[in-house]
Design a protein around this ligand. Structure first.
Ligand SMILES: [Zn+2]
Length: 285
């Protein structure tokens, strides 16, 4: 049985601040520095002095650190990177003043599927391209002490729901929240390298561009002493509590038993929908 990893107290921010945002742009991501772990002493020193880190969305390579000076964003490279990355960073900088929006999923999804050799016929008829937002909100730490990112309203709803569950003696843990198109693509590439066929991978993973996790509203939920993303989650008190209460917070099970999408039953996968939420968001508690 998988034992949950306790989040060290020093990895929790004192408060959830509205400026703790993950910004996404094609194959790049801009993370608040405090939500990332350094991977070397040099990175630790640079990140400690930075406001943010630019990393590749797929492989998670750290490319540069950023510091806000007055109204400008100073960008300093972490090691060497090529002209493609420099160009991407320039393009991303040009979009910084734009409001929150969604990346063009259908276009990106096609490109990723084409690169992987996924034919249209291999995608389930029920699968629709999912839009990836450019702005995501820090929603706390997940079970593995990684920053959890969701859209603003979904993050707020998740925080509220966790607190309400705790009042009932139920501990809810986030297993996985937002996933980018690029990261979903990397999952496929890694599994292909391990010798799995596309058909095998598509049985358990959605093609890049088609996962509900791209939207920043989907959340895999678990609880202590339960292995992540297993059917056995349906036998827990946490699942029972969610079935009774999650809808009040706007969350519903995306793939219940016998769902019309033909997707395997996933008792751990919940998605926040504006229409389901009882109350409008009022800011973090
Ligand atoms: Zn999921």
């Amino acid at each position: 049985m998988t034992r949950p990893i306790r989040v060290p107290a020093n990895r929790r921010p004192p408060v959830l601040r509205s400026d703790q945002q993950l910004l996404t742009f094609a194959d790049l991501e801009h993370w608040p520095a405090m939500t990332l772990r350094a991977r070397s002493n040099l990175h630790a020193r640079r990140i400690a002095l930075a406001d943010g880190v630019i990393r590749s969305a797929g492989l998670g390579h750290y490319l540069a650190v950023t510091k806000r000076i007055d109204r400008n964003l100073e960008i300093r490279a972490l090691g060497r990177f090529g002209t493609a990355e420099t160009q991407s960073i320039r393009q991303w900088q040009a979009t910084l003043k734009q409001p929150s929006r969604c990346l063009p999923a259908p276009k990106n999804a096609k490109a990723y599927c084409h690169a992987l050799g996924i034919a249209k016929s291999e995608l389930r008829m029920s699968q629709l391209p999912q839009l990836q937002p450019t702005h995501l909100r820090f929603a706390g730490w997940d079970r593995y002490a990684r920053a959890l990112w969701l859209t603003e309203k979904a993050a707020l709803a998740w925080q509220r729901m966790r607190i309400a569950a705790r009042h009932c003696g139920i501990e809810l843990q986030a297993i996985s929240g937002f996933r980018s198109y690029a990261y979903q693509h990397v999952i496929f590439v890694r599994k292909r390298k391990r010798g799995q066929s596309l058909r095998e991978i598509l049985r358990v993973n959605t093609a890049p561009g088609f996962s509900e996790h791209h939207t920043g509203r989907a959340l895999d939920i678990g609880c202590p002493d339960e292995p992540p993303a297993e059917i056995s989650f349906e036998n827990t008190r946490a699942f029972e509590w969610l079935c009774t209460n999650a809808r009040r917070f706007g969350f519903s099970l995306s793939y219940p038993k016998g769902n019309p999408f033909g997707i395997d039953y996933e008792p751990w996968h919940w998605c926040w929908h504006e229409a389901h939420a009882d109350r409008p968001s009022e800011g973090f508690p």
